[in-house]
Design a protein around this ligand. Sequence first.
Ligand SMILES: *Cc1c(COP(=O)(O)O)cnc(C)c1O
Length: 394
Amino acid sequence: MSIHSFYPPQRTLLGPGPSDINPRVLLAMARPTIGHLDPLFSQMMEEVKQLLQQTFKTKNALTLPISGPGSVGMECCFVNLIESGDKVIVCQNGVFGGRMKENVLRCGGTLVTIEDTWGTAIDVNKVEAALKQNPDTKIVAFVHAETSTGVQSDAQAIATLAQKQGAMTIVDAVTSLAGTAIEVDQWGLDAVYSGSQKCLSCVPGLSPVTFSERAQQTIKTRKTTIQSWFLDMNLIMGYWGAQTKRAYHHTAPINSLYALHEALVILQEEGLENSWQRHQKNHLALRAGLEKLNLQLIVKESDRLPQLNAISIPADIDEAIVRKRLLDEFQLEIGAGLGPLAGKIWRIGLMGHASNQRNVLYCLNSLEAILTNMGVILEAGQAAQAAMQFYVNK
Ligand SMILES: *Cc1c(COP(=O)(O)O)cnc(C)c1O
């Protein structure tokens, strides 16, 4: 028996990532592969760096995509900045803060944890108190946009507190970048990582990172070598740095970088602020429709993430069956809950290219059809109408 080519179906991806990819990005990937040291490839790398600086809103010279998914960007920030014995405060209010703790411990750091209930934002007062209690803190690490719960925390306020005490920040912007405001320079963030497959709507497997001047100095003046050879920024700079003659470090994921370049060009064409506004608009339209389906968002309004909507499951509904039917009958993917929220919420992502009116209406109609079919009493057509009315009034 021979194995044949794999042809995936055309789904609509409204989960926690990956998001739908603009066909322009997929076409960019199919362009001819050239060498990773080809002068034309170097020019393109410079453009990717520039476009990423614009997207992060930073002048940081050390801004580039790490070859690996968001988790690798996370690891990169921790292994470069933390030395054995360094004190790190990690704020946890969901899955990804938990991974940050794991990173600190594996780097030999001294961990101080601040916990907030899943579904709520990081309590800035707790950060202030923890800093007061731990004046020797080197780094405060937190997730800006918790994809596991649909919560946005106040990155600017947390960074301001850290700075007052001379501590640096490591910020997870995997889901926030391009979907919601993040201002690396203005807020004074030190090490920020993101991912290609959420609101950038690019193929998975790249992790944009940026390091402030202070973070770069910290990396250069470490007492111990970085335990990860692959993620040692001093070495990566030999390949990605501007002034250097590019030297082989690892083979760059060439065609994936074409894709990222195209995704960032598309973002530039739209305008970063316009992209933030589009995410907010579609989130509000979805919310208007969800109300008519009697589906509640679990996060309070001021902390809601426009690109990830966490919704409580109606009583007596088997949430996994709804997701399966959405996938099988509507080719529509939404996410399940994680950790303590498993079985309690659905996560509907409206990220990047997928954040549009068509998807909002499609999602509402699909959910309504399935819930009605499962015996929930709903007024037919009202959800989509409420969303449409929102768009008309806009
Ligand atoms: C998706 C995600 C990650 C991990 O990214 P991968 O590309 O899956 O490794 C990290 N943090 C947050 C907040 C995320 O949403």
